[in-house]
Every structure is written in C-alpha cells, then in structure tokens.
Write a protein that binds this ligand. Structure first.
Ligand code: G1P
Ligand code: ZN
Length: 543
C-alpha cells in the first residue's frame, strides 16, 4: 500500500502553553487543518514506529470524521497498533487509563472539553504522552513550531473503517483494534473503590442522580452507576452522547447544569447529585439543596480518601491550582502531608503525581483527580464521594458541615468577565503587574495586604519555572484575591477574579456567599479598575 504525501500549508495552530488545539468546527473542517496538526504531532515525536497509539473523543460533531483521518495517518506514519474506542468514544480520563494500561506510546484525544459542540460549536484535539497525561510544554512547543513550517502530511488512501463494533482491522501494516471504551476504566475503578459497599448503600434506598449532559460520560454512567452498582434506571439523565450535546453547554457548574440543580433543590431531591462535562474530566457534586464547591470537594475528598481501598494507606500529598481555595491546605496541614500550589492547568500535576509527591489534585474549575490516571476524572470523583458516603453513612450536608466545623469554611467564588476586548485585558494586566509590588502593607477598609505577587511556579521535580501565572493578593487573616486571564477562551479575553474568605467560626457558616465576598470584590475593582477598563458593571458568570 502506497503512503500518500499530501501537500499542506502551515496553520494558525495551538497557542504555546495550552494543552491542545481548540477552534470552531468550521476551522477543523478546512482542507488539511486537522491533518496539519496531527502530522505536526507525529513530526515532533520520534521512536514510535511499531508502537501503540490510543485514539478517542467525546463524540462531539466532527469526531467521526476526524477519527477516520487520524487512523489512516497513524498507519501512514508507521504506528504498529492503534487502540480506538468503539464509535470513536473515549472519555479523557478513560483515554489516559487506556494509554497507561496498554503501555501506549501516546494518545490523541478529540474534545473541546466543556465548550459547546455541533456544526457551529467547538472542536479540539490534544496529544497525551505515555504516562497518560497532557504533553508537557517542551512537546507542545515542538508541535506548535512544526505547525508553522509543515508542508506535507502522510496518509493512506483506504476506505473508512466500521468503528461501531469491537474487533480488529488492518490499515496497511497497522493493526486497528476497536476496543470497549468502558471496560479498562471500569476495571480500574473497581480496584480503587469498594463497589460492594456502594451497592449496599444504594440497596438501602440511597438515591442518586447523575447528569451526563448529553456528553461522553453517559455510557460510562449507565454501566457503572446503574448496571454495576444497582442505581435505579433513570438515575442517569441526559445519558446519550449527542454530537451537539442537545444544544447545551456541557459544563458541570450550577449555571449550566440547571436541570440537575433544579432536581437537587426540589421537594423530592435525591440524596446525591453529580454531573460531568463534554469529555468526562470535570465533576459537579451536589447534595440536597447544597452545591459543594470544587475547592471544598477537594478538601473533603483529601480528608476522607483513606476510606476507599485504593487510598487506604492515606495520601502522600495534595496539589491544587493556585486560584483554588486553600480549604485543602488546612487538611494537608492536619494530615502532615505536602501541599503543592501549581499554575492553572492539569498538566502541572503530572510531575508531582509521577514523582509520588501528590496523590490527589484538583482545581476550582470542577476538576479533581488522583494518581490513578494523569487527567482529572469526573466519574472517579463521584465514586470516591459515593465510597465515602457508603462508609460514613452520613448525608452530603452532614459531611460538608462537619468538615467546615473541623477545618473552617472557605467562602469562595469565581467571577468571570467574558469576551472583553483584548486591548482592555492587556491594559488591565499590565496595570496589575505594575502595582502588585506596591500593595504590601496597604489597607483597604478592614483588610490589610499581607503579600502580593504575580505567581511564579518552580516545579519541584524538574526545576522548570513558569512565570506570570496570575496576580495573588493575600490579606492578613487569610482572605485572598486572585486575578488572571483565561487561557482557554475562544472569543476576546476572559478575566477571572477569584475571591476567598476563610471563616473559622461555625456560627458564621450559613451566610450568603456573595455577601461575604462583596467587600473583596470591591477591593479587586479598586485595585484593578475592572469596571472602568472593561466597561462592565457585572461579571458575565459567577460560580
Ligand atoms: C480553565 C480552568 C482551568 C482548567 C482549564 C482546562 O482554564 O480555569 O482550571 O484547567 O480550563 O479545563 P482557563 O480558561 O481559566 O485558562
Ligand atoms: Zn473537560
């Protein structure tokens, strides 16, 4: 079979420093666009001849077309074997699991995560390395550089494969295995968690609702929660993956998971609610009438992880992204384990997990995970919660309130200003960088700045440095303001403002979150001039 060398032209590719390429579907449909990126990945790597590549995606519009192209290109480039999920599906954490378990060279994951899908929505692709995690910066830089100079890609002129059934096929010399997207993942979950105990809990009348948001976790949730753990059928809602996610925004936060929130605040609310995003790596946890913030969830999971068999020896350490609240820090202190503060983005956890410094990690943006894979993992977080509930036999509300009573409550919220003008965003950032060193010791009403900086991360494992990761303003008494620009938005710039106010007194744990944080929001505006520079009087989204 003849390898075809197709001429192509450089693309406006992935932003360096971001783990993956995310664009409108129409861009990916452009001639040679996807091919250019995929070939750039292969050109940036070496030593993969005869090795295994894993391919799968979240099932969004264009997933099927892209996968067929990738299979032919992987064969033309000399991979020995490709493992592809049935129907082209693999959740991001399941892809990470499959890469690790089958000792693959790496994997290509097709997803734009929580961004909307469909012909007018977003599409995306990223490359993960052999440890199952997103490619580190050195690799993404090399891929990016290649997208700028590439002039040809390699493919084979063969018909599309039928991916709807498990089985084997050959493209040229390359063995294509259509695998069950759930089996390896389920097996890993059964090793980490006490499924019998969770089954008992559910058998005792405990009711749960999982909203798959018409995205990739539907089949996983049906198989795990309903078929394996015995939850009543109907416990999984929006459980069929749709190319356009039913027109919704598959982002599991209280705003976008409105259907689940309505159920959980309704009269006959089940005991436990959860949701995951487009590609299955994010999670939302909610009890009857109580949204558990991702920052609190990380802290609570850390304090209770030892109740699950996979973590019975305790955690080696905890890692959280810098803007994530410091609720987890309190638990790490109590456990006497390390706490690592990393820049935003999952890839920074990889080294800590590989080195065994951290066992659990999480981000305020609804990502929680552990050393079991190298991606955040929505269903894993739900199972750890269920395992804890099954052992403690307390309600979600009791567990959360008990946690606050013991460690203090960290009132926390993120205010997003989306789609602001790039010029305004740049001006705001340079202004902040200009004043940040002068803030120390300054007084704003009852608040006095203890420390302020533009966060710089020194990776304790490989010594690499990442500068300019966000402005941190810390006040005496523990309150904190963080401001940074989003690296994932596709239109204009997004300013993220993170507010945190610790409250040790249990008598003050029932206050309204935004009311508690209002003084900090006002201080942030005073320091950064948000309203004046962006022309906005309100954030676009508050989570
Ligand atoms: C956002 C989240 C961040 C997460 C990333 C990818 O990035 O804030 O925690 O890792 O999406 O899911 P941002 O847009 O803030 O750069
Ligand atoms: Zn995601």
């Amino acid at each position: 079979m003849q390898v075809q060398t197709v001429p192509t032209t450089p693309i406006e590719g992935q932003k360096p420093g971001t783990s993956g390429l995310r664009k409108k579907v129409a861009v990916f449909q452009g001639a040679g666009y996807l091919e250019n990126f995929v070939q750039s990945v292969f050109d940036a790597l070496d030593g993969f001849a005869g090795q295994t590549l894993v391919v799968g995606g979240d099932g969004r519009f264009h997933n099927d077309v892209a996968i067929q192209k990738i299979l032919k290109m992987a064969a033309a480039n000399g991979f020995g074997r490709v493992l592809v999920g049935r129907a082209g599906l693999l959740s991001t954490p399941a892809a990470s699991c499959v890469i690790r378990k089958h000792r693959a060279y790496g994997g290509l994951i097709l997803s734009a995560s929580h961004n909307p899908g469909g012909p007018d929505g977003d599409f995306g692709i990223k490359y993960n390395i052999a440890n199952g995690g997103p490619a580190p910066e050195a690799v993404t830089e090399a891929i990016f550089a290649r997208t700028r100079t590439i002039s040809r890609y390699l493919t084979l002129d063969v018909p599309d494969l039928d991916l709807s059934r498990l089985g084997l096929a050959m493209i040229g010399q390359t063995r294509i295995e259509v695998i069950d997207p759930i089996a390896d993942y389920l097996e890993l979950m059964q090793r980490l968690f006490d499924f019998d105990r969770i089954r008992e809990l559910i058998g005792s009348g405990f009711r749960l609702r999982f909203d798959a948001m018409s995205a990739v976790t539907g089949p996983y949730a049906h198989a795990i929660f309903e078929q394996t753990l015995g939850a009543a059928s109907g416990s999984v809602i929006n459980g069929t993956p749709l190319p356009d996610f039913g027109g919704h925004h598959p982002d599991p936060n209280p705003v976008h998971a409105a259907e689940l929130m309505a159920i959980m605040t309704g009269a006959d609310a089940p005991d436990f609610g959860a949701a995951s995003d487009g590609d299955g790596d994010r999670n939302l946890i909610v009890g009857p009438g109580l949204f558990v913030t991702p920052s609190d969830s990380l802290a609570i999971l850390t304090a209770n992880a030892h109740l699950a068999p996979g973590y019975q020896d305790g955690v080696a350490g905890v890692a959280r992204s810098m803007p994530t609240s410091r609720a987890a820090d309190r638990v790490a202190e109590a456990l006497g384990v390390g706490l690592y503060e990393t820049p935003t983005g999952w890839k920074f956890f990889g080294n800590l997990l590989d080195a065994g410094l951290a066992t659990l990690c999480g981000e305020e943006s609804a990502g929680t995970g552990s050393s079991h894979v190298r991606e955040k993992d929505g269903i894993w977080a739900v199972l750890l919660w269920l395992n804890i509930l099954a052992v403690r036999r307390q309600s979600v509300v009791e567990i959360v309130h008990g946690h606050w009573a013991k460690y203090g409550r960290h009132y926390y919220s993120r205010h997003d200003y989306e789609g602001i003008e790039l010029g305004a965003a740049d001006a705001l950032t340079s202004h902040l960088r200009g004043v940040v060193d002068t803030l120390r010791g300054q007084r704003f009403g009852d608040y006095r700045v203890e420390q302020a900086d533009d966060f710089r991360y020194l990776d304790p494992v490989d010594g690499s440095q990442s500068a300019r990761q966000g402005i941190r303003i810390q006040f005496e008494g523990g309150a904190r303001i963080v401001m940074r620009l989003s690296g994932t938005g596709t239109e204009g710039a997004t300013l993220r403002l993170y507010l945190e106010q610790p409250e040790p007194d249990p008598g003050r744990h029932g206050l309204d979150v935004q009311t508690v944080l209002a003084p900090l929001a006002a201080i942030a505006d005073q320091i950064a001039g948000i309203r004046q520079r962006t022309g906005r009087t309100e954030p676009s989204v508050i989570t």
